[in-house]
Design a protein around this ligand. Sequence first.
Ligand SMILES: *Cc1c(COP(=O)(O)O)cnc(C)c1O
Length: 386
Amino acid sequence: MKGSFPVDRFEQLRTPFYYYDMELLRATLDAIRQEVRKHDGFVVHYAVKANANPKLLSAIRQAGLGADCVSGGEIEASLRAGFPAGKIVYAGVGKSDWEINLGLDNDIFCFNVESIPELEVINQLAGAKGKTAHVAFRLNPNVGAHTHANITTGLAENKFGIAMRDMDSVIEKAEQLTNIKFVGLHFHIGSQILDMGDFQALCNRINDLQDQLERHHIRVEHINVGGGLGIDYQHPNRVPIPDFKAYFDTYAKRLKLRPGQTLHFELGRAVVAQCGSLIARTLYIKEGAMKKFCIVDAGFTDLIRPALYQAYHKIENISSDEPTEPYDVVGPICESTDVFGKQVDLNRSQRGNLIAIRSAGAYGEIMASSYNCRPLPQGITSDDIN
Ligand SMILES: *Cc1c(COP(=O)(O)O)cnc(C)c1O
């Protein structure tokens, strides 16, 4: 046992694999529940795209969260995990007909609509089934999150959402369509946001918008502010659970909800990132001209965040207690970007040692690919092996 890892049990498993600490996941879900309970009308959905491992989905569903889906496949995964259809929301700029029909057949809570052409198709498909689709409009609030450029979504230049200036005409259009019921407004400004000021800016924008809508006598049943709360990648041990209190308090204090309105959240990363680690085995220590490489059996096919976003993950040798040395930790894929970390201080490493790449529970296993004909990594939970 080193840290919280059952290293002895890991020795029997084929690497690489994802390990999920279910105790931490349940503690995280408890922390969310405790904060949400304090605020009337707050409803939390889990953004399934962060990780759709069935064991995690099941724990999240048991904690009472809804599911935020961005594809038909995610709707199916959520239904299989037991999420009630009435707690499923469905967003995405490119919903295909079968995906819309799947949502209609199951009477999901809400479609988050991103354009007028999409609204017209949903109206038509709902009409063919004699149903009324509940829709919220995803608005692009033109609020920038101070995060990596590839993961901001709320700027005017991004493909997401409907521009604020088009809002009135879109709502007017919805009211003319017979198989559409307009129920809410949806926003999502980005991911890995740690500055509560970004969420405050979103609140201010929504307050202005609600005032504007009220002048036109338009009432909205619910507001959905998306997700985006970040986690501490530097300190997974010291800060295993994000500051949900600060997050929910920001909305409670800044957003002026109207009587009877519900406020929906779609948290992904903040729910699952810290409970997951990618466990790999050291294949070779290679002495380069300038530095040492620790070559492991996991690559960007297993965890693409460092290659895709230059993302930082804390890396530990969980088999060694020897003094630390700097290593470039790299994978076996035939691409120069297949690097998990440069000049990482690891306990002196040798062939066979297990390496933990921390905070990998979100956008890890779910983004794995089989490039180089590599098998997909397995997901193993602490419940499975304890
Ligand atoms: C990705 C996404 C989320 C979740 O984002 P996190 O940063 O993981 O919390 C929520 N809502 C929508 C619409 C998304 O696309």
